[in-house]
Structure formats: structure tokens, C-alpha cells
Design a protein around this ligand. Structure first.
Ligand SMILES: [Cu+2]
Length: 267
């Protein structure tokens, strides 16, 4: 019975490794300049965790196979020096593993979070609220008017709390429900939430960033492929969370300019 269990463990371990090794579920296409760093980190983590997983399962199966049915009279052996040595070794091994992944991953993390956006990056604001995203473009003056939290009002579609009567910079701001960006230009996304925690996730961009109420969160990225991609909220933010999404349209510079003009006319 114990031997059957050992064989079952080996079979399950191998069966779960096959789709990983065969890349049965590949990542969505990568449309960002930093995406390959994230993908390499995924691959390293998967290889490292996968090899450790397989090794530990095979070792477990081996011990079950070998020691599960002692004959009467067999002496019970214990590890020389007790288990302390093993515990210390495991601690060091796992510690080194986690630390190494962190060190190798620092480059990917740094490229997204620790470098400043370019001075000529396209600035776009994203406002998350239960259960929709809204986007704001600064208009021809390149400046966003201030957000007045007390003036945010869904009923009159003032999602950003803009005061166009008093704020000069707000007069030409453009608010949209869909996000469009020019291809191959760096985007500096300024993120605010008007209620609870939300998240901005575009799998193809390899970008996933939380909105935190009360914090100015910002993010920068560059998309390299024209197309339409889904933006989804990945923080459970309430009953309508399942339906909280918007679309990201990556356009050529000409199409983007035309789109901005068209949106400006709709304000
Ligand atoms: Cu949400």
C-alpha cells in the first residue's frame, strides 16, 4: 500500500510538471519594452520552484518506498546529531533561494518602479471607482487642473471633480471612459481611487498596479504594438468587481492625435 502511495506521488509530480515544461499555457503576448524582464523572472521562478518541487516530491516518494514497511526487529534509527542540522540547512537553502530570486528580479522591478519617467512622457490620469475606470488627458496646455474630491459626481459625469469655472488648467482637460495611447511613446500614468482599493492590470503590458485611496500612485510604461487590450481591476473591490474593466487602445501617433481631437470635441 505504501509503495503504491510512493508511485502515486511520483506520477502526480511528473504529470503536474509536464504542462509547465511543454508551455501548455503560455503567457499572453508581450507588448511592452520592459515585459521580457518580467517574463524572464517568471521563467526563472518557475524553473527554480519547479526543480525544488520535483526534487522534494521524488525524495518524499523514495523515503516512503524505502522506510514505510519496517520488518519486526528493525532498529529505529535517527539522524546523527538530531534534526537541528537539517533544519539549519533547510533554512539556509530556502533563504538563499528566495534571496537569489529577489536579487535577480531587482532589475525587472527597478526598470518599472525605480527609474523616473522620461520628461516627455505622455501624462494620463486614471481614476478608479466602484466599478469603472475613467481617464483624463491634460489637453493642449499639457496641464491637469486640480481634483476636487468634494465635486466628484457621477450624476453629472464629473468623475475627476473638475471645476472648469474656476480652474484655468481644467478647461481643456479631456475625460474618457476608454484609454488610448500612442505606440512606442512612454506613458506616465497618474493613478487615483475615489473610494476603495482597485487595480490596473493589463496582462499584455506586464503591468499590474494597485490604486490606493488617498495616495498618488504613478506608473510608467511603453507599449510597442498597436491593438486593443483589456484593462481589468484585480482587487476585489465590491459587488460589481467582476464587471470592472475598460479598454486600452494602442494607436499610431496619427491615429492617437485624431482620437484626442475627437474626444476633445465631445467634452
Ligand atoms: Cu475595482
Amino acid at each position: 500500500m505504501a509503495k503504491l502511495f510512493a508511485v502515486t506521488i511520483v506520477l502526480i509530480a511528473i504529470a503536474s510538471a509536464i504542462p509547465i515544461v511543454m508551455h501548455t499555457w503560455p503567457l499572453p503576448q508581450d507588448i511592452s519594452i520592459h515585459g521580457h524582464l518580467i517574463d524572464e523572472q517568471f521563467a526563472d521562478t518557475m524553473a527554480e520552484a519547479g526543480i525544488s518541487f520535483l526534487a522534494s516530491q521524488l525524495l518524499l516518494a523514495f523515503f516512503i518506498w524505502k522506510f514505510s514497511s519496517p520488518k519486526p526487529g528493525d532498529k529505529i534509527k535517527s539522524f546523527p546529531g538530531g534534526s537541528m542540522g537539517l533544519v539549519v540547512a533547510a533554512f539556509l537553502l530556502v533563504g538563499t533561494e528566495v534571496l537569489a530570486l529577489g536579487v535577480f528580479g531587482a532589475k525587472a522591478w527597478g526598470s518599472v518602479y525605480l527609474t523616473a519617467p522620461a520628461a516627455d512622457a505622455v501624462q494620463i490620469q486614471a481614476q478608479a471607482g466602484q466599478f469603472a475606470f475613467y481617464f483624463r488627458y491634460p489637453g493642449p496646455d499639457g496641464k491637469f487642473g486640480p481634483i476636487h474630491a468634494d465635486q466628484i459626481n457621477e450624476a453629472n459625469a464629473n468623475f475627476f471633480g473638475i471645476d472648469t469655472t474656476h480652474d484655468q488648467d481644467s478647461k481643456d482637460d479631456i475625460v474618457t471612459a476608454e484609454m488610448a495611447i500612442p505606440v512606442n511613446r512612454e506613458i506616465h500614468l497618474l493613478m487615483h481611487s475615489k473610494d476603495v482599493g482597485h487595480s490596473f492590470y493589463v496582462p499584455e503590458l506586464r503591468v499590474q498596479q494597485d490604486f490606493v485611496p488617498g495616495l498618488d500612485v504613478s506608473l510608467h510604461f511603453t507599449a510597442t504594438k498597436v491593438g486593443k487590450y483589456e484593462i481589468v481591476c484585480t482587487q476585489l473591490c465590491g459587488l460589481g468587481h467582476y464587471n470592472m474593466k475598460a479598454y486600452l487602445e494602442v494607436k499610431s501617433q496619427e491615429d492617437y492625435d485624431a482620437w484626442i481631437k475627437q474626444q476633445a470635441a465631445l467634452q
